[in-house]
Unconditional design. Structure first.
Length: 102
């Protein structure tokens, strides 16, 4: 399993709209290329809100079906760009080496 991590920052007022956009538009589309799940993590700091989007994929080929040939390129739709104050152009991929389940 591979976890794809996207980092961004948004003004506090834009966080609900970004969350809604992910829930309405992006997360439903992830199943077709093989995503095994995704989550939005939010951390409020003094100046803005840090956002971390993690998605789980069975293989690099599944990620490629979603992101294209440059799998390290962040896929950021125009509506999301309008809501984010800053975002990384590149994503990180991590292989799940150990997992605990209750």
């Amino acid at each position: 399993m591979i976890v794809r991590v996207f980092r961004a920052e948004a003004e506090v007022k834009n966080v609900p709209a970004y969350r809604d956009f992910l829930e309405r538009e992006i997360f439903p589309q992830l199943g077709a290329p093989g995503c095994a799940g995704a989550e939005l993590l939010v951390h409020q700091n003094a100046h803005a809100t840090d956002l971390l989007v993690q998605s789980r994929w069975p293989s690099l080929e599944a990620i490629r079906a979603f992101a294209g040939d440059d799998i390290e390129r962040a896929v950021v739709e125009p509506e999301a760009r309008a809501l984010l104050a800053r975002f990384d152009d590149k994503v990180s991929h991590f292989e799940v080496a150990l997992e605990a389940r209750p």
